[in-house]
Design a protein around this ligand. Structure first.
Ligand SMILES: [Mn+2]
Length: 433
């Protein structure tokens, strides 16, 4: 049996208590964990517990739920089953879960509905990742309503549990920041390895294998998301994941990949020439994206609206598009008319944490959320010149994105993924060395 958590049990208890202290009298919070997913026939996808469940308990088995009241934390788990454990491995079971995870009580997952009915909440909050959780919550509410019909009490009202957990997850503690630094450093090593192993004609999935090899060998158990390895014009498909084409001499390759370290994600993108030397057109476009990224990182500071660094990056990218002949007119006109959108169609970043597109709202009371120390964002401007689009001929087929993970601190932004080269001379020197 391997330990399933990297942080002391007291950390999980404090996280739960922060939620419990916000519950009203006779209010119950229910969090449903992730469920196993079929891949094909009787083969399952690799199981990954929901981040909310990992955040509040560290409990990584499927078919689990967490019930919180202002007084108690109760886990609902699969039964011990010696016969099944021969096939699929160790299970804690209710008794083992109480000891190992420091909760007040544990029940069988099949008794979850009975537990909720026994607790007889006046109101309850719920959250789940897997869409199947929705049906479960609906059935449970029906049971609670049926019960109150008999007693004549009003039925329990329902509310969303997500904001309570997600506001807490948005600001990372110093222990979490350390894990994210590790994830960033391991993922940086992987990108550097892919640069070293590159040669014209290599298959995209072979570079993916170099990335994943380095992640595993460095101590990461799994990827944070499916890697994008896109040679040449494939980089203009934003979520290209087929990764099954050869990369031709003279083409750029865009790699968007990051690992998880102790359940915390990294998210890095680099774009570089498969033969080790940028062409003039590639270098010009690349340097505009880099200029936008460096300017945007400077705007990741406490008190700035989340929106701000996107606006900073966008102004530089539009200036570049005009300079390279893809747009005409002024920067202001092109931003106003959104004429840049064929070349830059995504936002400049997102929250990063246990989920790669991490939880937390981007707006508060209708305004862009203000950055605070402990928040982590990605900064990932790009420019995309599809071969079939209207870009000037010398730019067609070029797609570039540069992405780093940035921690908001009291003053200077801290780039968690700074170990991968991104200046052209540094990339070329690393690939040549
Ligand atoms: Mn990203």
């Amino acid at each position: 049996m391997t330990t399933q958590f990297s942080l002391p049990l007291s950390v999980y208890r404090k996280r739960r208590e922060a939620i419990q202290s916000q519950l009203k009298d006779n209010e119950v919070a229910l969090l449903i964990g992730a469920e196993e997913q079929l891949r094909n026939r009787d083969v399952e996808q690799a199981f990954r517990q929901s981040s909310d469940m990992l955040y509040l308990t560290g409990f990584a088995e499927p078919d689990a739920a967490l019930v919180l009241t202002s007084e108690a934390a109760i886990l609902a788990v699969r039964p011990k089953d010696p016969e099944m454990e021969v096939w699929t491995g160790f299970r804690y079971g209710p008794e083992g879960a109480v000891d190992a995870f420091g909760v007040d009580r544990a029940v069988l997952i099949d008794d979850l509905d009975e537990l909720l009915i026994e607790l007889a909440p006046k109101s309850w909050r719920y959250a789940y990742d897997d869409p199947r959780g929705h049906a479960r919550v609906g059935a449970l509410q029906a049971k609670l309503v049926a019960k109150t019909r008999r007693s004549g009490e009003p039925p329990a009202s329902t509310a969303d549990l997500n904001p309570l957990i997600h506001d807490a997850r948005l600001v990372k503690s110093s222990a979490e920041q350390d894990l994210m630094r590790q994830a960033g450093q391991l993922s940086a090593r992987a990108h550097k390895r892919a640069m070293k192993m590159a040669k014209p004609g290599v298959m995209e999935y072979q570079l993916q294998a170099e990335i994943e090899h380095e992640h595993r060998m460095a101590g990461s158990k799994r990827e944070a998301y499916g890697a994008i390895v896109a040679g040449g014009n494939n980089a203009n498909v934003l979520h290209y994941i087929s990764n099954d084409q050869p990369i031709a001499d003279g083409d750029l390759v865009l790699i968007d990949a990051g690992c998880e370290y102790e359940n915390y994600a990294a998210d890095i993108t680099r774009t570089w020439p498969i033969n080790g030397r940028f062409s003039e057109a590639q270098a010009t476009a690349y340097n505009w994206v880099l200029k936008a990224q460096l300017a945007a990182i400077e705007a990741v500071r406490p008190g700035q609206p989340f929106e701000r660094y996107h606006e900073v990056a966008l102004a530089v990218l539009v200036e570049g598009l005009i300079d390279m002949g893809a747009l005409s007119g002024t920067v202001e006109e092109n931003i106003e008319s959104a004429a840049y959108r064929p070349y830059y169609m995504h936002r400049t970043g997102h929250w990063l944490g246990m989920d790669v597109h991490d939880v937390g709202t981007y707006h508060e009371q209708g305004a862009s959320r203000l950055l605070k120390p402990g928040m982590v964002v990605t900064v990932e401007p790009g420019l995309y010149f599809d071969a079939a689009g209207d870009a000037p001929d010398h730019l067609k087929g070029i797609g570039i994105r540069i992405e780093d993970d940035v921690l908001v601190t009291e003053d200077e932004p801290e780039v968690l993924t700074a170990d991968v080269p991104k200046q052209i001379q540094d990339i070329e020197a690393w690939m040549a060395g």
